[in-house]
Structures are given as structure tokens and as C-alpha cells.
Design a binder for this molecule. Sequence first.
Ligand code: ATP
Ligand code: MG
Length: 388
Amino acid sequence: MKEVILIKNGELALKGLNRRTFEDVMIKNMRRKLTDLGEFTFTPAQSTIKVEGNDGADLEEAVNRLSRVFGIAGFSRALKLEKDFDLVLEQTGKYLEDQLLAASTFKVCAKRSDKKFPYDSPKICLLLGERLLDEYPHLSVDVRNPELTVTVEVRDHDIFVHANQIKGAGGMPVGTAGRAALMVSGGIDSPVAGWMMAKRGIELTAIHFASPPYTSERAEQKVYDLLGKVARYSGRIELSVVPFTEFQEAIRDKCPEDLFTIIMRRMMVLCAQRIASHTGCGALITGESLGQVASQTLGAIACTDAAATMPVFRPLIGMDKDEIISISRKIDTFEISILPFEDCCTVFTPRHPRTRPKLPDVIAAESALDVDALVERAVAGVRKIIIN
Ligand code: ATP
Ligand code: MG
């Protein structure tokens, strides 16, 4: 009995002439995820990609990993048969035994792209339906709202039998929408923001600002762990850790306290876009959400944005905290995010941050800093870590 995985492309199917390019990237991403599980071949046909492993390939784990590949709308484990309808009748009941036993109603759905096949779709449904009713007398047929749909696909070279497609991760294949740098803290929001942009096809790199000794190694480890979870979806992430202590101390010593946070944000953006452009990124990504804290009011975001020369993507901007948390639970970052290690933002938090900062005031306050030299030294001190 030969089992394969059938992948249904999502939005990919809409891409017309570019479809092949998108499909190639998705296949490359899938191949990378499965390398250590056996040898797999990937065969695109119509809006499906057939994934076939060698004998002994771990299909269970392959399905698990493929559920995190963006661009896949849905997939099924399927029985692959030669083009002999007797085999379909003989083997379907056995192959789908667990699902058929668990269901009380079912229907058969036939898709026949090979129009020369001697049985047409209604005939396939009728004969296989009767056979399954014989084998599983507890079942009844419900064509409108069945618990289980048994699908028979008659293709040019093979027949595939499967039941109830599993939902895929959706979105676009990572790498089809360019590259961007995720500004990642140890909080709940930024990993979710990275995941959302990866879902739109963005390849991620990441930038983290650390301020030792105010922030600890454990806080940095937390960032690696968070990115590790995101990388299960996005693939490999190159992380740049930026030494930010000198910068923060300069801000603390020379700028008005109520503008600390907003100036720090702007300085982060200046450093981040330098690093981002060196690594081929076309945008920054942050986890900001409108109104969540003082530095995320419209006025504060306007001041931060004014420091940026590249686009800043803020995919969480209109989301509530509970919506963000529900994604962080789904991608398994939540439990890590809530570990209580100090972040560089919390180290010099002003007692009364200004919620309506005026850009000219902020720029005037920054003139007390030697910004160019500070950026230069911060960027020169970057450490690179590869997260897989
Ligand atoms: P998060 O949960 O992502 O930490 P937050 O709600 O705590 O977000 P802030 O601390 O105000 O919000 O940070 C806003 C955004 O700025 C973060 O989502 C992140 O993109 C970026 N950021 C904050 N701190 C850092 C840091 N130490 N290194 C890199 N980026 C950071
Ligand atoms: Mg934070």
C-alpha cells in the first residue's frame, strides 16, 4: 500500500503566469523541512503537488511539518493506486478504516481528470458507496452534510483515495515577497508580527537590542527561543544582536526623561535600518499595536516613523491584545514570552512618558546626543546568530 501527501495550493493558484515561480519556492521550502525524514519527490500537477517519500520515510512527521509551510491551503494523506477500479473497491475500506469507524455518515466524491477512465464520477460514487456500506453497516450516506467525505481522484497516471482534507497554514510561500528585518523583543507581540509577515511570503531576518548588564543572558536566550518557534514556519532566521547599553545610557544622561522611550525607539530604527539594508532587507517589522502603550499612540508612532527611511510594517496595528495572544498561543510563543526577564525597554522606563510628543521637541532633545557616532559603534558591535 503506497501512501502519498497531496498538497493543495492556496492563493498560489491565483497567481496566473507567476504560479510556477511561486510553486518552485514552495517546493524548495517543503524540501528543506523534510530533508532529515527521508527522500521525497515533489510533483506539481494542476493545483496539487504530490509529495512522495521513499520506503521508510516518516510520513507522520512530514505531515506535521508541512502543516507549518506557508502557501499550502490544505493537504491530505492519500492512498496511491494503479488505475484499476477493483483496487479502489478492495482497498479503500481498509485504508480509511479508523475514519470510517469513527463516522456515522459519509459520502463519496469522485474527481475524474482522466475522462477516458471507464467509470464516470456518478458510477464511482455509487459503486464505492455501496461497497463501504457493505463493509461498515453502521454507516449511512448523507450527501448534504456528511461527517466524512471519501474522495477518489482519477488522474492521468494514478488514482488517489483520501478523506477529509487537513487545513494548511495558508498565506504565501516564504521568500516570494522579499526580505524584511523583524525588530524582536522578548515580548508577546513582535514574534507574532514576524509570523504574520512570514505568512505573507516575507523572508525574515531579525534584530534585537540588548543592554547588558541591565539585561541578562537569559533575556537574550528568550529571544533565541522565540525566534526558534517562528522559524518553524518562516525557515532559518539570521539574528543580529545589537549592543545598546552605551546608547541607552547616553539617552538617560542627556535627554529629558519624558522623551526617553520615544528617542530610544527612533534610535533603534536608525540602527535597525542600517543593519537591514546591509542584509538585503526592504522593510522593518515591529510588533506595535495602536494605543497599547504610551510609545504606541498615533503621535508617538509618527515620531518613530519620521526616523525611518524604509517602510515599517506593523501587522498588529489594529489588533486587540487578546487577538494577538491567541495567535501567540497557536504558534507556541506565548509561554516563552511571558517569562519574566527584563527587556532593554523596561530598564530606563520614564515615570511619565509623553503620550503626545512633538517631533521638533524630540529632534531638539536628540541634538544632545552624538547620534552618528553612537549608531556607528552600535552597528559595529553586532553579533550574528543563526536560528533554525
Ligand atoms: P513586544 O511584546 O513585541 O515586546 P510591546 O508591547 O512590549 O511589544 P514595546 O516594548 O513598546 O511594545 O515595543 C514595541 C516594538 O518595538 C516591539 O514590538 C518590537 O518590534 C520593538 N522592540 C522593542 N524592544 C525591542 C528590542 N529590545 N529589540 C528589538 N526590537 C524591540
Ligand atoms: Mg516589549
